[in-house]
Design a binder for this molecule. Structure first.
Ligand SMILES: Cc1cc2nc3c(=O)[nH]c(=O)nc-3n(C[C@H](O)[C@H](O)[C@H](O)COP(=O)(O)OP(=O)(O)OC[C@H]3O[C@@H](n4cnc5c(N)ncnc54)[C@H](O)[C@@H]3O)c2cc1C
Length: 414
């Protein structure tokens, strides 16, 4: 049996002067937290169950609050190289394509919040994070199966027989988190009644549509459709969200039938149908969430990202919040030094109210985006016309302006 006891440099008098951290999960949340901790001088190791790091091809909106953290981590160049800053956020009606709200983003987000928005390919962001980490700090093929609190340290056990002893363990292991189950007991996630068909289309197949470089959201009865360019505009990503009563399987990688997506959007605007028709295939994912947790930490163990605050993607903040978590955790550890439980208490008090609010808001957006045509839809459209909804820059400012490295509990959003 192998045992990882991270090599901790010793301080004056031979005592360790660094907290050692194991992050379980090498997704966007885990890797960005690892980079943040490493750059702050923390001795951090990442343990990922998969034999390779990877994200299934899909788009991701990196909002200014996440860009703030990623720029500080040194990834501004990579984001500028592969990401696509959208000109506008364009919300449209499902059948006639009428504009419901066009929110100009280019230049405005930097002016308002100091950082732009990027549309990225998940694999590009994950690769940028992984390339910034020394390879010896990322342990692939390590599936956490158990952990034990030994008082002054945590012992982690992996399916391959390896062990690690660390000062702090962070579960960044996604919505089905083993760490969360070990801390708080198993609890099935809640099927939200929505499935997502996701796909990528080579942009040149869509030249005839003369698509704007905007993020476009088409809303209609019981479903919505989003598309935007990624990878320096070489690919167009789409996600088609459809309400469905039941779901029995769950996988992020299951192949859906493109024909099902096409059938679900029959009768929609020709632009939506043309994008679906240009795709070779689509992945099908059921969307799950969980209600906000009361707490994330026990002793020297805590959670981060979807492991503690999974949310519907309807406000595009799941990964952004995971990225923020890592920055706040790093700042808390820098402030409290070796008092790991103290740092985790502070981390949780700062993060939990904000992510809980976003979990609730994301779930509420399902109803708003999927209204059948009628009085409620007309009321929503009238609100959109006045710009007084979630996606106008003014109302979303509390999300975008947040600096997760500022540890001000008096201004913790509730
Ligand atoms: C359709 C869709 C669109 C979205 N769009 C956006 C968007 O535009 N912007 C945004 O900010 N968010 C978006 N999100 C949300 C975002 O994808 C997630 O919130 C984010 O990927 C969560 O990252 P994570 O690192 O917490 O978890 P994950 O990405 O799930 O990573 C968890 C990792 O842990 C590993 N793991 C699991 N168990 C173990 C174990 N026992 N031992 C070791 N490793 C383990 C897994 O293999 C995985 O690599 C979207 C989500 C969906 C479904």
């Amino acid at each position: 049996m192998r045992s990882h006891r991270p090599a901790v440099p010793t301080g004056p008098g031979g005592t360790s002067n660094r907290v050692s951290v194991a992050i379980i999960g090498g997704g966007i949340g885990g890797l960005s937290a690892a980079l943040s901790l490493l750059q702050a001088g923390v001795d951090v190791q990442v343990y990922e169950q998969a034999p390779m790091l990877g994200e299934v091809g899909a788009g991701l909106q990196v909002s200014p609050n996440a860009a703030r953290v990623l720029h500080r981590l040194g990834l501004a160049g990579e984001l500028a190289r592969t990401g696509v800053p959208p000109l506008d956020w364009h919300q449209r009606r499902w059948d006639d394509g009428r504009t419901l709200l066009r929110t100009p983003l280019a230049g405005r987000l930097e002016a308002a919040f100091g950082f732009p928005q990027y549309q990225v390919h998940r694999a590009d962001l994950l690769a940028a994070l992984a390339n910034a980490l020394p390879t010896e700090r990322v342990h692939l093929g390590h599936q956490l199966t158990d952990l034990a609190d030994r008082g002054d340290h945590i012992q982690a056990t992996f399916a391959n027989g390896a062990h690690a002893e660390i000062d702090l363990l962070v579960g960044a292991d996604g919505i089905h988190s083993t760490v969360r189950n070990l801390l708080f007991g198993p609890q099935d996630p809640h099927f939200t009644g929505c499935v997502a068909y996701r796909g990528l289309v080579p942009a040149d197949r869509l030249d005839h549509l003369d698509l704007e470089v905007t993020a476009q959201l088409w809303m209609g009865p019981g479903r919505h459709f989003i598309h935007y360019f990624v990878r320096d505009r070489h690919l167009l990503w789409f996600v088609a969200i459809v309400e469905q009563d039941t779901w029995t399987r769950e996988s992020w990688t299951e192949r859906g039938h493109l024909a099902d997506a096409q059938a679900a959007f029959a009768g929609w605007h020709p632009q939506v149908r043309a994008i679906l028709d240009a795709a070779d295939d689509a992945f099908l994912t059921a969307l799950f969430d969980r209600p906000p947790l009361q707490r994330w930490s026990v002793g020297r163990v805590t959670l981060l990202g979807d492991a503690c605050h999974p949310m519907l993607p309807f406000i595009a903040q799941g990964a952004a919040q995971a990225i923020e978590d890592g920055a706040t955790l790093t700042a808390c550890l820098a402030q409290t030094g070796p008092d790991v439980p103290g740092a985790l208490g502070r981390y949780e008090r700062l993060r939990l109210p904000r992510t809980s609010r976003l979990q609730v808001l994301s779930a509420a957006n399902k109803t708003r985006l999927h209204l059948p045509d009628g009085p409620q839809q007309q009321e929503r459209d009238a609100q959109l016309a006045t710009g007084s909804t979630d996606w106008s820059v003014g109302t979303i400012a509390w999300i975008y302006e947040h600096d997760p490295a500022v540890l001000d509990l008096t201004h913790s959003p509730t």
